[in-house]
Ligand binder design. Structure first.
Ligand code: HEC
Length: 107
């Protein structure tokens, strides 16, 4: 009984956390829900994709302007498909910002 209440409290805490700063939550959600999901390549570094949380794999990309990075995502780059027309600029910008933040903070 006591354990159960603990579990409920934990899920309430998790919900509260999920409702944190709107932009950060959006960025991660788009990262996971765009088609195909950014996470399918950028979680693992598949196909030479810069891996989220691994600054070394990003190299100079971390110093690029967000607008430049977003443009690459809109146009597609190498094996990365073009997302222009699939997601709005705002959505792509939020997901790129989320990726860069995770990577900068990941050290
Ligand atoms: C099929 C795998 C794949 C998917 C899906 C994918 N990417 Fe990529 N992404 C890559 C690869 C590979 C590169 C490196 C391309 C190169 O430099 O040749 C890359 C590069 C990037 C870069 C760096 C661009 C630059 O100018 O250096 C960003 C930012 C990025 N992806 C964000 C995203 C976002 C946001 C999404 C989802 C909306 C996404 N990617 C989906 C594979 C993928």
């Amino acid at each position: 009984m006591k354990l159960k209440r603990h579990a409920i409290l934990l899920s309430i805490a998790a919900l509260g956390f999920g409702a944190g700063p709107l932009q950060a939550a959006d960025g991660e959600e788009i990262y996971r829900s765009a088609m195909p999901p950014c996470s399918s390549c950028h979680d693992t570094g598949a196909a030479g994709a810069p891996k989220v949380g691994d600054a070394e794999s990003w190299g100079d990309r971390l110093d690029k302007d967000t607008a430049v990075l977003v443009q690459s995502v809109k146009d597609g780059l190498g094996v990365m498909p073009a997302y222009e027309g699939k997601n709005t600029d705002e959505e792509l910008t939020a997901s790129v910002q989320w990726m860069v933040e995770q990577t900068r903070n990941g050290e």
